[in-house]
Design a protein around this ligand. Structure first.
Ligand SMILES: [Zn+2]
Length: 185
């Protein structure tokens, strides 16, 4: 008996009625980048079903080099496999979703950050870069960072959103934008 035992029981129920589907583009043609916080599960918050959307999660939902690499590969893959099934103008939309009350917000405080750096061995700059103290500001910065990346396919668009933990509501901060339009907001 481990902590995984009850989850594996749930998987038995899932597998009992599971029907495998063919490899195809995500039904919504959306790639979500969001925080790993267990209260921000996009399947629940955005009503996603299996195979509806790609979800990339990390601390804060930040657009890191690793996330940019993932998106670059996904765009290549979608172009190779699904170009007949997706609209000519766009492979997918990347939706960056940051949230209020993020656990990374504490990292905006230099004292807290010092303790975190000492305890984890992570560099102070890396910890500071995670901090989502104002999700409206960080989501804008991350959308711009992604749009400015030379690795971003011109067939991918990007939007920015904030999930309000108090209301359960997701608000759009930056609408669907394309790489070549970066800076024209
Ligand atoms: Zn968070």
């Amino acid at each position: 008996m481990t902590k995984m035992t009850p989850l594996l029981k749930r998987n038995e129920q899932f597998a009992a009625s599971y029907t495998p589907g063919p490899l195809g583009p995500p039904a919504t043609q959306v790639v979500i980048v969001t925080c790993l916080d267990h209260r921000v599960d996009p399947a629940i918050v955005l009503g996603l079903q299996l195979a509806d959307a790609v979800v990339i999660r990390n601390t804060g939902g930040r657009v890191t080099p690793a996330v940019i690499n993932d998106i670059a590969y996904l765009a290549f893959l979608a172009g190779q496999l699904f170009s007949a099934q997706v609209a000519a103008e766009g492979l997918f939309e990347v939706a960056v979703v940051h949230h209020t009350q993020c656990g990374t917000g504490f990292l905006a405080d230099a004292g807290f950050r010092d303790r975190a750096a000492e305890a984890t061995g992570l560099p102070d700059a890396a910890l500071e870069a995670w901090a989502v103290a104002d999700p409206h500001a960080t989501v804008r910065a991350d959308v711009e960072r992604l749009l400015a990346s030379p690795l971003l396919s011109p067939k991918v668009s990007v939007s920015g959103h904030v999930y309000d933990m108090a209301t359960g509501r997701v608000t759009t901060v930056l609408h669907d934008r394309h790489p070549q339009l970066a800076g024209n907001n």
